[in-house]
Design a protein around this ligand. Structure first.
Ligand code: ATP
Length: 494
């Protein structure tokens, strides 16, 4: 029998004796049974307390079985119907199936089990159909928003905003913690816009050396500065008639901010070293994970530019606020990994999934991707177990949602054990040995140990910085782009 909740069955028959004995047979096998003595009462129950399966007699004095079937299929098409007919009446049975009944049972019944089996099959069919519909819904939602995965109400709100802003030309400011998917949101806006077949040009403002920002964005003429041996087209021109995505816009130097404002207001740019005005038709989407208001207060971000960018803000919620998406995202990442590595997909044990759902993910979806990859690589069998997850996610006390007790993975025993650490008030967990370093050839052992170190270090520093990449980079004493490279390298496993 279907292993989900009790199947609700409505028995409709004018013969009280048969009704009761059917009810006894089905209740004894774990069905939740209701009874109706005629078609009118059956319809009443159908409206009030929708059953999953109706087991209905064909021949009844007032309203016949066909009428009940027709009403049911018209008003509640997903309720399954099993018609009971007399042995001799095979034609009616076939007609019932043609009219939408899932099955028929001929009286007298071959056995009690045959009755229970017919109801179980009907209920299973209904649940399968519903499941397929739900999956299709998710698939459609997925296809509609590019790479973005997630069906939580908070992501649905983001999808609605994407749809709403896509057709406009206004600037959109995408806000959210590091790793929440801001770039994917920008891509989805572009894909849904009339510019979809034009270029989408992503620019990480934090990664461009300050002295080159203006030339990167707006281009330069030959001889504009030392080293400018030939003229160069900037990204604004490269994105002409398309979309320019300015990631980490809060890191733009002030001088470039002035030029950006001009480009946004008037669609005008000047290449560095030239007085010639060029007109560009570029839609700008910007993103930041820093508090721009605070940057304004500090004098490092222009208020007028902020207002110009913030015409339509989209807040991408942190992963800890959309726990339901964790399951879908985990499967999505597993599928991507299996494809990328040319390996069979892996399943996740209930215990491991529980831990993934319970963890607070300060590094958001990016961190989840790393954790799932870690588990995918280390899991021996075709199923990921709790012990295959990074230590931090394994421990995932529900209190980690409140930012406490966040542990960093110990990386290995022996020479590397000292690299493990712990954040928060609790004691460090014992270093977690996930692989035997000394059983590996030197080069591979070194690669894994370095990766494990990067994993543990980046995770911890990100966690201490509340998932903020810039703050984590400062903490690590690295400039942001170098730190980001390490974060990315962990992901690609280079
Ligand atoms: N909803 C999502 N569905 C599928 N993948 C996602 C989702 N959100 C984020 N990702 C994945 O997580 C990683 C980080 O996403 P992305 O680079 O868009 O985040 P971000 O918010 O722009 O981060 P940062 O602020 O650090 O630049 C990417 O690999 C992306 O594919």
């Amino acid at each position: 029998m279907t292993d989900e909740a009790m199947v609700r069955v409505l028995i409709v028959d004018d013969e009280a004796g048969l009704r009761r004995s059917l009810a006894r047979i089905l209740s004894a096998r774990g069905f939740a049974v209701e009874m109706a003595e005629d078609g009118d009462r059956a319809i009443e129950i159908l409206e009030q307390n929708e059953p999953e399966v109706i087991l209905c007699d064909l021949m009844m004095p007032k309203m016949g079985g066909f009428e009940v079937l027709e009403h049911t299929k018209r008003t509640h098409p997903h309720v399954e119907f099993v018609m009971m007919t007399a042995h001799a009446d095979v034609d009616s049975a076939v007609a019932a199936v043609k009219s939408g009944a899932y099955d028929f049972l001929t009286k007298p019944f071959a056995s009690n089990d045959a009755v229970a089996l017919a109801i179980t099959k009907a209920a299973d069919h209904k649940r399968l159909v519903e499941r397929a519909a739900r999956l299709e819904e998710r698939l459609v939602a997925h296809e509609r928003f590019g790479e973005l995965v997630g069906t939580s109400s908070k992501m649905q709100a983001v999808y609605r905003l994407i749809e709403g802003v896509a057709s406009a030309t206004s600037t959109v400011l995408i806000l959210g913690e590091s790793g929440t998917g801001k770039e994917l949101v920008a891509r989805a806006i572009h894909q849904h816009s009339a510019r979809a077949d034009r270029p989408f040009v992503p620019v990480n403002c934090a990664a461009i050396p300050k002295e080159l920002v203006e030339s990167e964005l707006f281009g330069h003429v030959r001889g504009a500065f030392t080293g400018a041996q030939s003229a160069r087209t900037g990204l604004f021109e490269a994105g002409n008639s398309g979309t320019l995505f300015l990631d980490e816009v809060g890191d733009l130097p002030l001088a470039a901010q002035v030029k950006l404002l001009r480009a946004l207001q008037d669609g005008e740019i000047k290449r560095v070293g030239s007085d010639e005005t060029r007109f560009v038709d570029v839609r700008v989407l910007a993103a930041t994970n820093v508090d721009l208001q605070q940057r304004i207060a500090e004098g490092t971000f222009r208020r007028d530019l902020y207002y110009r960018l913030n015409v339509i803000p989209i807040h991408v919620p942190p992963l800890r606020e959309r726990e339901d998406d964790i399951v879908l995202l985990t499967h999505h990442v597993l599928q991507k990994l299996a494809r990328r590595m040319g390996r069979a997909p892996k399943r996740v044990s209930a215990e491991a999934m529980e831990a993934l759902r319970a963890y607070a993910w300060p590094g958001n979806v990016r961190e989840l991707e790393h954790a799932v990859e870690h588990a995918f690589v280390l899991a021996q069998g075709e199923r990921i177990e709790l012990g295959d997850l990074p230590q931090m996610a394994q421990q995932a006390p529900s209190s980690s949602r409140e930012g406490r007790d966040i542990h960093v993975a110990g990386v290995a025993e022996g020479p590397l054990a000292g690299l493990s650490g712990v954040a928060g008030p609790t004691e460090a967990p014992a270093p977690h040995v996930r692989f035997d370093l000394f059983a590996l050839p030197y080069a591979e052992a070194k690669r894994r140990a370095m990766k494990a170190f990067d994993d543990g270090y980046v995770r911890e520093v990100l966690s201490r910085s509340g998932g903020n990449l810039s703050a984590a980079a400062r903490h690590a004493g690295l400039d942001r782009s170098n730190f980001r490279r390490i974060v990315k390298r962990r992901k690609t496993g280079e």
